[in-house]
Design a protein around this ligand. Structure first.
Ligand code: NDP
Length: 245
């Protein structure tokens, strides 16, 4: 899929929400979507990082993005409803959501699972994404063809020792994607998941502090799959678990 040849205007006229758009894979996806013609809604918790992505898109002469400062750890259902209303007012509909923001939590043996960290990981990686998607369905259903992409992980497909709540949350992500995809079968909305694989970001460096980042793929190298799943070329893909590497 890394060889997918993306048409330069594959996302022209589309409005796409990216969570965790200020850093890592989310930042690369926001820039790639804008470069392919989309108006990108940049959601994240660190406004400075979102503003830097906004400035980069503006400087490149691409469609002016929007910024939604939101910490998914504390956000309420009302926050997501308000966001959906604003999207409806400003854009009429939403063509895509990339659920990318996640937290790693604490890695370690099962006996050491910390309740507060478990709850935070499930809130950000699962609960917030479910309630955000629920709120956004009304604007997704108004799009000609809408794509919801969830971000999984290798440890969301096969359990691995010491990956704790992060792994549980990624299995839940796959389940959420499958339930949504089954409900949306035959409609204008599709849902799929991506396992990015080992990628040169802060999260990866935190999980593998001894690893040489130069041995890893960059987020930019994964973008053909991320663009493909937002583009109309993938209209018939629903309920699939993709791997970017
Ligand atoms: P990063 O930690 O580099 O980036 C995560 C992004 O999510 C950041 O922009 C961060 O914001 C944002 N975020 C975290 N918590 C919240 C929150 N509470 N509210 C709003 N935004 C939040 O991670 P990656 O880019 O590496 O990971 C992206 C996705 O890919 C994740 O879902 C991850 O699980 C998955 N993944 C990554 C792999 C890798 O090797 N990198 C491998 C497998 C899966 P801020 O910058 O403000 O902290």
């Amino acid at each position: 899929m890394l060889e997918y040849k993306v048409a330069p205007d594959a996302l022209k006229g589309k409005t796409i929400l990216v969570t965790g758009a200020g850093d890592g894979i989310g930042r690369a996806a926001a820039l790639a979507y804008a470069a392919h013609g989309a108006t990108v809604i940049l959601l994240g918790r660190t406004v400075k990082k979102l503003e830097a992505v906004y400035d980069e898109i503006e400087a490149a002469g691409q469609p002016t993005p929007a910024i939604v400062p939101l910490d998914m750890k504390g956000a309420t259902e009302q926050n997501y409803r308000d966001m959906a209303d604003t999207i409806e007012e400003q854009f009429g509909h939403l063509d895509g959501v990339l659920h990318n923001a996640s937290v790693l939590g604490v890695l370690g043996p099962f006996e050491h699972i910390d309740l507060a960290s478990l709850e935070e990981v499930m809130k950000v990686n699962v609960t917030a994404q479910a309630i955000m998607t629920k709120s956004l369905l009304k604007v997704l259903r108004k799009a000609p063809a809408a794509s919801v992409i969830f971000t999984s992980s290798g440890v969301g497909r096969t359990g691995r020792a010491y990956w704790g709540p992060y792994a549980f949350s990624k299995f839940a992500t796959e389940g959420m994607m499958q339930v949504l995809a089954h409900e949306c079968d035959g409609t204008n909305v599709r849902a799929n998941s991506i396992n990015p694989g080992a990628t040169r970001t802060k999260m990866r460096a935190n999980a593998y502090p001894g690893e040489d980042p130069q041995t890893l793929k960059t987020a930019e190298e994964l973008m053909p799959l991320y663009v493909y799943l937002m583009a109309d070329d993938s209209k018939d893909q629903n309920g699939q678990a993709f791997s970017a590497q």
